[in-house]
Design a protein around this ligand. Structure first.
Ligand code: HEC
Length: 183
């Protein structure tokens, strides 16, 4: 039988096509759309994806700005997340200090200034107010913000969760405070 190059090419092409489709499906199955319309990665980890869940799956994703996170976060979610804080902090106006200071009106207030609370020297020495950025930095990793802080808490890794918490704190005393403008 004569070797038919045309038939061979068709056959080879079909195999190549099948392999490519296989890769494509494997690639796509790594991306699922959840109920909120957010894309989430599953199946295999991709490094350095922000945990907000609201970004597409590509490498070197630029961090989502705090302004955008705040615009999309919810104080109600923050209230739930505040359970992690409630053992040490109250938020009622005029409420008592616990292990940590009462946090009513903390947004935009002087850092380390709540009446009757004995702050660590490291936190008390930090100048300025609890801006959105300052709260975000402190809650990410308290010891990076003030090395000798007395707040024995590792921090909140999820960007969205921190933003929700900050919105919840804002609602306790300073609910009309202007939010940072989105770029
Ligand atoms: C184990 C107890 C504990 C937990 C849990 C805790 N904190 Fe604190 N927090 C403290 C203490 C103690 C301080 C005072 C820190 C210092 O003086 O260095 C503090 C300080 C703060 C301050 C600065 C207040 C001011 O008046 O300047 C903020 C804001 C704050 N905490 C928010 C939170 C939030 C939000 C959570 C939950 C995600 C949380 N904390 C969880 C104990 C705690």
């Amino acid at each position: 039988m004569k070797f038919d190059m045309f038939e061979f090419n068709k056959f080879a092409g079909a195999i190549l096509f099948t392999v490519l489709i296989g890769f494509g499906v494997a690639e796509l199955s790594g991306i699922l759309i959840d109920g909120d319309g957010h894309q989430e990665t599953v199946a295999y980890p991709v490094p350095d994806i922000p945990e907000s869940g609201a970004v597409a799956v590509v490498e070197d994703v630029p961090a989502v700005s705090l302004a955008t996170l705040l615009a999309n976060a919810s104080a109600a979610d923050g209230e739930k997340a505040f359970r992690k804080c409630a053992a040490c902090h109250g938020v009622d106006e005029g409420g008592p200090n616990k292990v940590g200071p009462n946090l009513y009106g903390v947004l935009n207030n002087d850092i380390g200034s709540h009446a009757g609370f004995a702050y660590s020297a490291d936190l008390a020495e930090i100048p300025g107010n609890w801006t959105y950025d300052a709260l975000n930095a402190f809650l990410t990793k308290p010891k990076d913000f003030a090395a000798g802080t007395k707040m024995a808490f590792a921090g909140i890794k999820k960007d969205v969760e921190r933003a929700s918490l900050i919105l919840y704190l804002r609602a306790q005393g300073d609910a009309d405070a202007a939010l940072p403008a989105e770029e």
